[in-house]
Design a protein. Structure first.
Length: 271
């Protein structure tokens, strides 16, 4: 999901203020943040003012965060947004600086999230249907948290992956049944004994299906396996851990979690 943020939100990531916890929900990897380049100027100016007013003892550590913001937020050139921002400013009778964010939200087909209640209320009043929400409004933080952990992979794809795993599981069981047992009837299996299963067409199809997923879907697949196995206490922790793991995604490891996909999916959708 894409959302546009303004400086009133970003400052709260670094400075402890009311609603700082709510604004940090936006740092979830599944939310793709947008902003005009002007955000950097406004962020720096806000930090400068806070030091000047005595709210911060030293602005420099905060200003050192400026280069890293472009790694978190996709920044759009102000020149591409200023014409529309000027039009919004005239409609709202409001400074163009704030209107740049609304123009960015429109241009990127995203909603604007702001901690500036006055601006949010005015935008909604002057521009009915404006894509802007105040972070402190009832239900907005919950909506963001839900969006940050909602399933991206669609039901049909999950069902196809589960079906592919079930076919492989039958092949694996057939190989296991074909192995001889010891004198006491105990079956001792080495990993190499299962090589025929891992060389089978059913396993190749399973791996190809897993490899065909994009990164967001891979996050879901890992999280579904862990959630079904009960490795983490809640779905959000499964997703957050999967976001950290996806860069080194191992399709064989993900496929190995297949026995838990069905249970994980049922838990997520409440089935």
């Amino acid at each position: 999901m894409k959302l546009t943020v303004d400086a009133s939100m970003v400052v709260k990531w670094f400075v402890a203020e009311p609603m700082s916890d709510e604004t940090r929900l936006l740092l979830a990897g599944r939310i793709h943040l947008q902003a005009p380049e002007f955000l950097l100027v406004e962020f720096a100016n806000t930090i400068w003012k806070k030091e000047r007013r005595g709210e911060l003892s030293d602005a420099r550590p905060y200003l050192e965060e400026l280069p890293g913001l472009s790694n978190i937020i996709t920044l759009h050139q102000d020149g591409d947004l200023v014409e529309r921002a000027a039009g919004i400013a005239l409609e709202m009778d409001h400074p163009i600086y704030d209107c740049l964010y609304l123009a960015c939200a429109e241009a990127t087909d995203s909603g604007l999230i702001t901690a500036d209640q006055r601006f949010a209320d005015k935008a909604v009043d002057k521009l009915p249907g404006a894509p802007v929400r105040y972070i402190g409004a009832a239900g907005v933080a919950d909506w963001i948290e839900t969006a940050a952990t909602s399933l991206v992979i669609d039901r049909e794809k999950v069902e196809a992956l589960i079906a592919a795993y079930d076919v492989f599981a039958k092949t694996e069981q057939f190989v296991l049944n074909s192995l001889s047992r010891g004198a006491k009837g105990i079956q001792v299996v080495n990993f190499d004994d299962l090589d025929p299963a891992f060389q089978s067409p059913s396993y190749r199809h399973l791996i190809e299906s897993v490899m065909g997923l994009d990164n967001e879907e891979r996050i879901d697949l890992l999280a579904l396996g862990w959630f079904g196995a009960g490795l983490f206490p809640d779905w959000r922790q499964c997703v957050e851990h999967a976001e950290k793991m996806v860069a080194g995604f191992d399709p064989r490891y993900a496929a190995g979690c297949g026995r838990h996909w069905r249970a994980g999916y049922k838990r997520v959708i409440g089935g």
